[in-house]
Each structure stands twice: as C-alpha cells, then as structure tokens.
Design a protein around this ligand. Structure first.
Ligand code: TYD
Ligand code: MG
Length: 458
C-alpha cells in the first residue's frame, strides 16, 4: 500500500515544502515547519462557473437543535461547562502533568457511567493503573477501559462501542501511522483531534480530550487545538498545594467566565462549594496580609494576598509573584514608589496568593499594594479583633484607583464573612459597606498607623 503523502507546512506563512527545514525557506521563521497529511488538491485554477453554489437559508428557518446536556454530577465541573457536557461535542481539558486531569475525568466518567455507556481510552497508563486510581476514587467499576494509542483503532472502537461519553487520556499519546512524526508532535496531535472531531459529530459521541500543557503552553500543546474543539478547559493549581481551579478558556455552549474550585485529597478531588470560607478562614492577621475580593467569572471569591519585603544587597532585587501576574506586580511597585507608598528598590519582594489560586484580573492591584505597604511598615492591616482588611481595585499608572466590575458583589461577599468596611474604588452607585477612595495615596493613608481603615476617605 502506498503511504499517505505528507508535506511540511510552515505555521507562520503557510508555505508547503516536500522536506523538513529548520528554517522556512519562504519566510525565514525558525522551527515552524510541521508535517501534515497532504490532502488531494481540489479543482484548482478552473474558472468559476457560478452554478454549483448553494442557496443560503434564513437563520430563522434553520432547525434549532436542543442540546440535552449530560450532567456529570460534579457540580463545579458542570458549571464550568455551562450545565454539563453537550452530546457530540469535543472538549479539551489541558493542564500541567500531575495536576489531576486523569483524576477529574475518571471521577466524571464514574458518575456518568451510572446512566449511560462510557469509555476511557488510556494511552498513558495500563488498565491496572487506572483501576488503582479508580479504587481510590470509588464507584468507577462500570467504566469501560481500552488501552490503545493507535488513532485508527481508537476511532473504530468509538464507532463500534457508541459510548455516550469517551475520554481520551491523553491526546498526546495517540498516533496516526500515516504520519512519520512522533506521537505528541503538532502534526500528530492535530491529526488525532481532527479525526476524533469527525467521529464525535457523526455519531453524537461526546469526546473529552486530555492534553498536557507545557509551561509556556505552546509546544505541541492543546493550544494548537483550540480552534478545533468546542470547549477548552484549563485545570490549574500548584502541584504541591491542594487547591485546583478549573476554568473555561473557550466554550461554544456557555460562558467562559465560570471557575470551579477543587481540593485534591487522598480520596480524589473534592469540590469546594464555598472557597471564600476556606481562604478567609486561613487568612492571618500578620503584617503583609490582606484579603482580596476577587471575581472568578460571575462568582465573587475572597482570597488572601500575602507579601514579604526583605532588605537585600542584590541588584536587581528579586520580585517573586505567585498567583498574580509578574508584570502587574512590577507596575504596582512602581506606582507605590511614585504615589505615596514606600520605595522598595533595595528590597526583595515576594507576593503570594495563598492557597495556590491564580487571580488574573486588574482588580487585584490594590490588595497587592496594601499587602506590600503593610509588609514594609511591619504593621498589620487587621482590625483589633483580628479580622483582616478586605479590598479590591485596579491601580492606574497615575496613582488613581479605577473602577472594576461588580463592586456590589465583591463587597457583599466580604460582608458575608464579617469583613467590613471594604476598601475599593468609587463605584457607579452607592454600595453599602464600601469605603471608596479615589487614589492609592488616600487608601494608603487611611490604613496607616494609628488610623483605622474605617476612617473616611479624604
Ligand atoms: P493525575 O490525575 O494522575 O494527574 P494528571 O492526569 O493531570 O497527570 O493525579 C495527579 C496527582 O494527584 C498525583 O500525583 C497523585 C494525586 N492524587 C491524590 O492526591 N489523591 C487521589 O485520590 C488521586 C487519584 C491522586
Ligand atoms: Mg494523567
């Protein structure tokens, strides 16, 4: 049999070459050539006759498909998906190795298996290893398992078994034997996802792809599949810590703003229905700590932000940010130095969002600034009863505090845990419990020694 012809296509400019090149001969980009199966060319070059087209149909006449979702029974997971898995959809779950992707998908399958046939294709572990994990989690006895990495066989198994939901763990282990590149390479991963997509749509099978992401999220990672799949979920957290967050980067059937919080325990992942309670309960009243009223999608979340400021001789001093963006930390440090805060040019600075949570929103700026100022002064921000200070707000480059979304929900969440008043930027309308400040300087002054944060803004 003649092997399928392949070609190497530059991912930057699209130029095709019969052989691999380290540098694209066309656009000179390095390392951009990727092997792809060559599809037979269409009727190229012919004049357009204009009679083979299709008649457009008014959208109102398009038959609407009702998606009866398949709830997995793991509420946090379903919420991130927008109410459960959509039949016939292709979902990608990405995350660092060891973060708990196999655990999460096995748990979901175990619950789905009580109502419909499910299939687990394990390419990374042997069925015996999968069983060991399943026993820790419990209730996974009904899951059908196939240990297979040949893409063709996997597709045929799906068509033959017709499961309602199939999990491929992981997409990087699958290989199509008509491509010469190694499993896990961009060409293989893309080919595998493309074929599974066709099977999923044709047979109405929900396919969940598990994919490892490298730290920069590029190398043959799920990034190359984002456009292809219906939903991309990212499972994050730090491996050494127990909290994990699941968020949607893309979702064709729901919002991308939802976030699910889990805790890794010895018996599998446990949903954390009220993460704020956990994080506030763990917050300390030591200098350098304050509570951030963050928004995770549509849900307010209180997390503790901790800062440590230590004098150093090293030039340049160290800036270590865990859970927040490093560039935002640099920006907050610069604004502090210029607009009423301490200058930390000769100090190492560490900022950490406790619990291993990541906060990716500008609303975290004020909390970072407050924690840093408090760490520098060596004075606590907590009130006499030991309740931590809660705050939120974006810090502008000119030292002003800027409006962030949903101030009322953030304040309400803080009030729920007895944290009052909350420091923040001016909201559009009056928000009870919010002490609004126009500038970082005035917020810093209000919390400085001898003054209670309760003091009214100037
Ligand atoms: P795993 O789901 O295999 O991660 P991934 O598929 O993303 O690579 O599990 C990751 C870690 O979770 C593993 O190091 C052990 C730990 N773990 C627990 O702490 N408790 C459990 O019940 C299970 C199943 C795993
Ligand atoms: Mg795994």
């Amino acid at each position: 049999m003649l092997a399928t012809k392949t070609q190497f296509v530059c991912q930057e400019c699209g130029a095709a070459q019969p052989k691999w090149h380290g540098r694209c001969p066309s656009c000179s980009a390095w390392g951009s050539m990727v092997e792809e199966a060559q599809r037979p060319a269409g009727r190229r070059g012919a004049a357009v006759a204009g009679n083979g087209g299709r008649r457009p149909q008014p959208l109102a006449e398009v038959e609407a498909v009702r998606h009866d979702r398949l709830p997995s029974g793991i509420e946090e997971f379903d919420r991130v998906l927008g109410g459960g898995l959509v039949p016939g959809s292709l979902v990608l779950i990405g995350g660092d190795p060891g973060i708990g992707k196999s655990t999460l998908t096995t748990m979901a399958l175990a619950r789905l298996a009580t109502r419909q046939p499910v299939l687990l294709v394990c390419g990374e572990e042997s069925p015996a290893q999968v069983r060991m994990r399943a026993e820790r989690i419990g209730g996974a006895g009904r899951i059908g398992v196939v240990a297979e990495t040949d893409l063709e066989v996997v597709c045929q198994t799906l068509v033959q078994e017709q499961p309602a939901v199939a999990v491929i763990d992981s997409i990087q282990t699958l290989w199509a034997n008509d491509l010469s590149s190694a499993p896990g390479s961009v060409a293989q991963v893309r080919e595998a996802a493309g074929r599974l997509l066709r099977v999923a749509k044709e047979h109405g099978i929900t396919v969940v792809l598990v994919g490892h992401v490298t730290k920069d999220g590029t190398v043959a990672g799920p990034r190359v599949l984002e456009h292809l799949v219906d939903s991309v979920l990212l499972f994050e957290g730090e491996r050494e810590r127990s909290y994990r967050t699941l968020r949607a980067l893309k979702n064709r059937f729901g919002a991308t703003s939802e976030v699910g919080v889990f805790e890794m325990r010895s018996g599998g992942l446990v949903e954390v229905a009220d993460p704020s309670a956990r994080f506030v309960g763990e917050a300390s009243d030591a200098p350098g700590s304050c509570v951030l009223c963050a928004m995770e999608g549509t849900r307010p979340l209180l997390v503790e932000v901790q800062a440590l400021v230590a004098p150093t001789e090293i030039v340049p001093p160290r800036r270590v940010a865990t859970g927040i963006d490093r560039n935002r930390l640099a920006m907050v440090l610069a604004v502090l130095a210029r607009h009423g805060g301490p200058s930390l040019a000769s100090a190492d600075v560490f900022v950490n969002v406790a619990g291993g949570v990541r906060v990716d929103e500008p609303g975290a700026d004020l909390a970072v600034a407050m924690a840093l100022a408090s760490a520098h002064r060596g004075e606590t921000l907590a009130d006499p009863e030991g309740r931590p200070l809660a705050c939120f707000g974006e810090v502008g480059l000119t030292g002003e505090l800027r409006f962030v979304s949903h101030p009322e929900r953030r304040v309400a969440e803080a009030l729920k845990f007895g944290l009052s008043p909350v420091l923040g930027p001016q909201a559009g309308e009056r928000v009870d419990g919010l002490t609004a400040h126009g500038t970082l300087r005035s917020a810093l002054r209000a919390t400085a020694a001898g003054r209670s944060p309760r003091a009214k803004a100037a």
